[in-house]
Write a protein that binds this ligand. Sequence first.
Ligand SMILES: [Zn+2]
Length: 215
Amino acid sequence: MNHTFKILVFFLFGISCLQAQNETYTASVEVKVSDTAFVNLRDYSNDFVYDMKYATDDNFLKTKVYDCAECMLRLKTVKALIAANKDFLKKGYRIKLYDCYRPLDIQKKMWEIVSNPIYVADPKKGSIHNRGGAVDISLVDITGKEVDMGTSFDFFGIMASHNFKQLSKEILANRAYLKKTMIKNGFNSFDSEWWHYNLKTGLKDNVSNQKWKCN
Ligand SMILES: [Zn+2]
């Protein structure tokens, strides 16, 4: 074995050792998260705009009911939401979030104020928000400006309904675009609220009342 060849063999051996180490390292840190586990959307994507209304007093409860403005959801909801956002990003839009998982105690507070199942789910049954499978969303354009959807979020009236058609062509097209893209990515729309989307497989998960950690 000449000297150059010995160096080459040593070098290749060294590389294969490094690769083996890397593989071991990757395998040891990989943690399998269940599709139904609650996770923080922020740990999976930075492409969303946050306007978490219940982490402020700018909501129909007129009080701040969340300690922090995080979007907790079951992992399968996060995956579908990221897929939908990728479609919006291709066209120069992105999802703005108003609400995600909602603990059952908050649902009870909402029901006390608006005891109307057209707008607020009865806590006895629980909302898909309480199951980590629903999101309240709108869209913003490339400049960060909110797309016109015709009413504000949590507008409790007929104008917020997908069936209300006395709106400008632009508003109807914006709502239709949001709805079409969300349905394509595994969500169902909710007739009386243009902002609300349920993961199609979200109803079979349990209602939850857990609180999330605020850093
Ligand atoms: Zn909702």
